[in-house]
Every structure is written in C-alpha cells, then in structure tokens.
Design a protein around this ligand. Structure first.
Ligand code: HAM
Length: 431
C-alpha cells in the first residue's frame, strides 16, 4: 500500500506560491509593528499543560488541544496560543523596563474542525503591551491594528472592530439578574451567539441563565444594544464605574477617529483571562464569518507566576484568516502573486560549459542579483521556456564560445532584445 500524499487534516503545508503570499502577509505585519516601536520575541512550541489549563479556558485546553506525555512523563501541550507563554516570559524578567511592547508570529495548534479560516496548525500574529494600566494602551494596540489594515490597503468599510469590556459586561449581567455562579456560562453563551442559529442560541442562553426567561430576555436586550447612549442601557448602568470606563474609551476612539471601531456588547471573547476592554475584528462582508483577530486586556496572567501584578493588553491575528480576507477583497498585489524567483536565468549551452556557467552565476550573485542556473541539461530552447515559465525576465547563455571570448549574450524575454557584453557589463546592465 502506498503512503498518502495528503498531510494530516488541518496541518499546514505551503507550496512556494502560497508561501510567498504568507511571507508578504507576515512581513507586512512585522513592518507595521516595528513602525510602532514593538520588538519581536519568540517562545517554545511545546509547553507544560498547566500553563494553559490555568487560564486559557476549558474549551481550548479540554477539547481543542494537542496534549500528550513526553518521554519524561511530563504533561505537555502544543501551544494553542501565545499569551500565557508571553506572560511567563515577562514575569521571569527581573529588571524589565515596563511597559514592554512585543510582537511575535508563532505557529499554534488547536484540534478544531477544519473549515474556512480555521485549521489545526496556524500562524497567529500576536502584539501586546505589558505594564500599562492606562486605556491609552488599548487605544495604541487598536491603532496598530488599524495601521495594519491600512498597510494592506483595506478600507475601513470592509471590516469592523467590535469592542466591549468584560468588566462592564460582568456588572451589566449582574444588573440583568445573572447570578455570580452563572456568569461564566452566560459569557460563553454570548461568545457563541454568532456561531449558532438564532433559535438554538436563544435556547442555549436560556439554559445558561438557569432557565430564567426574564433574565435571558434582559441578556438578549443587553447584547442587542448598539449605542452607549441607549436609554435602556444608561438606566441599567447608572452609577457603574465599569460603564464609565467604557464611555471614556469610546471618547478616546472618537477623539482619534477610528471609523471601523464599533461598541458591541456581544463581543466578550472566549478566553477566560480577559478582564477589561475586549475586541474582535470581523469582515463586514459575508464570506469570512469567523473573527480575523481578537484581543483585549488581561490583568491577572503575569501574576500567576508570583506576586508581580503586571497588566497586559494585546491581540492575536490569524495569518490564514487575514490572508483569506485579503484574497476576498483582491488585496494581494499581483507583484507578490506573480513574483519571479530570480532576476536572471543562466542557460547552459553544453555540458562542458557547466563549470563556467556556475562561476558566472556565483559572480553575478555576489553583486546581490538573484540568479537561477539551469540544472536540467535540456536543450537551450527548453531552458528558455523554463525561464519564461518562472517569469524570469533575462536569460544569459553560456557555451564554449562565450567561455573563450568572455562575451555573453543576455536576452530580454519580454521584448526579445539581446545585449552582448562582458561579465561586468552584463552585471552592470542587470543592476
Ligand atoms: P483567539 O481569539 O483565540 O485569541 O485567536 C485570535 C485569532 O487567531 C482569531 O481571531 C483567528 O484569526 C486566529 N485563530 C484562532 N484559532 C484559529 C484556527 N484554529 N485556525 C486559524 N486561525 C485561528 C487568542 O489566541 C489570544 N491569545 C489573543 C491575544 C493576544 N489576546 C491578547 N493578546
């Protein structure tokens, strides 16, 4: 029986054309972060299970994780996300100058049902600020997110950054009649709202509210609110400091003018560690219905590693989900999609010219020019076709005559013109 040519379901493999697009996406993310003063870091792919069990949430760790015992009998996990590792890394630094502004693009693993925008092995761009309790930190990460979308030339009409606050929602749910014991379940029910049919979700929420239909109706009213100035909401939240914080953050957003940011009490985020402002970036069109990005403030993660209380705020952005979004709106430039792997192709006219061709290729490469040398040994015509298939614009032919005279012919494949010259002249021309 022959082996399957398919990877495991949901695992990531990239052919060069796909890889080129992914690189364009990750490099643009990196550039936008560096432009805002963020520094890159990395962490281990395999982590102790306990690191995630503590705070990431039962769904992520209990149902979606790749965990196993290593050969030393330790319970380990392939990281499903980066934030707990980041918190540990920050907690371990003695004299770290706070706040830190760090970014990373780790490979993460979640045993989810593979579907559009969701796979089991994925790159997740992370950007976080740790050590600032100021709402300016939330504003800054959302500004960087907006800068990222701008750098991909995505107009603000095609995406939406829905935001709310966990602190505000905890208070609001209590005022709606949700008891402390039921709050966690109601949060996860709210988080599932966009992933379920309306009727099924209403039943699910009713269950989460302990079967109390009056409370469930209040919760539905709450998550349906569209404006902070909604009279019902203002009445419900009268005297609430958590509501005040939300109003203040809204003013900051308005002050900067971030048209895609919309107050959305239905955004609560599925991970347990969030404590303050939370947000998610969604496509406003119908094709990409899962979040592209999610994040928020987490006050208590770093504190798990000792008594240092360092608050963090940041987001994770799926490289695959973002790429699908960019594809949907035709925002991947043709120059990336069709980029040639080399600037010039060295065609070898006969095998006795191979060493000379190799020498020529190496010399031109030394000048920083990308050179692909023929390794097929096929006829010259076929070598020219190969160069053209790759989209390489120039071909330099090397045969015994060229070796003897030191003069080479370089053909421009787009107009057929031929330039003849020495190695130095050819290189100068290519430059
Ligand atoms: P998250 O919402 O679980 O947050 O993931 C953030 C983003 O990662 C999602 O919006 C999605 O684009 C991408 N993503 C998640 N799961 C998958 C998957 N199975 N396949 C492809 N892409 C996926 C977090 O992970 C937080 N740790 C983010 C964060 C950083 N919060 C603060 N700092």
């Amino acid at each position: 029986m022959s082996l399957s040519t398919k990877p495991l379901s949901g695992m990531r493999q990239r052919l060069p054309g796909e890889f080129r697009i992914e690189k364009f996406v990750t490099e643009t993310l990196c550039l936008s972060s560096v432009r805002a003063g963020f520094e890159e870091y990395d962490g281990p792919v395999i982590e102790p299970l306990g690191l995630f069990a503590a705070k990431s949430g039962s769904e992520l760790v209990g149902r979606q994780s790749y965990c196993f015992k290593d050969r030393g009998g330790r319970e380990v996990i392939l990281r499903p996300e980066m934030t707990p590792s980041l918190a540990r890394m920050v907690a371990a630094q003695g004299e770290l100058q706070l706040p830190v502004r760090w970014f990373s693009t780790p490979l993460c693993y979640r045993y989810e049902r593979p579907q559009r925008g969701r796979v089991r092995e994925f790159l997740q761009f992370n950007l976080d600020i740790l050590g600032s309790e100021n709402l300016a930190a939330e504003l800054e990460v959302i500004l960087v997110l907006q800068g990222i979308m701008k750098s991909f030339k995505a107009p603000s009409s095609i995406y939406r950054i829905g935001w709310s606050s966990r602190r505000f929602m905890s208070d609001a749910l209590a005022r709606c009649g949700v008891t402390k014991e039921l709050t966690g379940g109601v949060f996860s029910a709210i988080d599932k709202r966009d992933k379920m049919k309306a009727d099924a979700w209403a039943d699910f929420l009713l269950g989460a509210c302990g079967g109390n239909s009056v409370v469930a109706r209040q919760v539905i009213s709450l998550v349906s609110v569209e404006f902070l100035s909604d009279p019902w909401l203002m009445d419900l939240m009268s005297g609430s400091s958590a509501f005040q914080e939300v109003v203040e953050f809204n003013e900051l957003l308005q002050g900067v003018g971030i048209p895609s940011a919309v107050f959305s009490p239905g955004v609560v985020r599925g991970l347990d560690y969030y404590t303050g402002i939370v947000f998610e970036l969604m496509d406003t069109g119908g094709e990409n219905n899962r979040s592209l990005c999610g994040g928020g403030r987490y006050d208590n993660l770093v504190g798990l590693f000792g008594n240092k209380k360092i608050s963090g705020v940041g987001f994770g952005l799926g490289v695959l989900t973002l790429t699908l979004f960019l594809e949907t709106y035709k925002l991947i430039p043709d120059s990336v999609r069709e980029a040639a792997p080399a600037d010039v192709y060295i065609a070898v006219a006969s095998s006795d010219a191979t060493a000379a061709a190799g020498l020529l290729a190496a010399s031109i490469r030394d000048e920083g020019i990308r050179v692909m040398m023929d390794v097929s040994g096929k006829k010259l015509g076929k070598q020219f076709s190969e160069a053209s298939r790759y989209g390489i614009p120039f071909v330099v032919t090397v045969g015994p005559d060229e070796v003897e005279t030191g003069e080479y012919k370089m053909k421009n494949l787009s107009d057929g013109k031929i330039f003849t010259g020495s190695l130095a002249e050819i290189t100068g021309r290519l430059k």
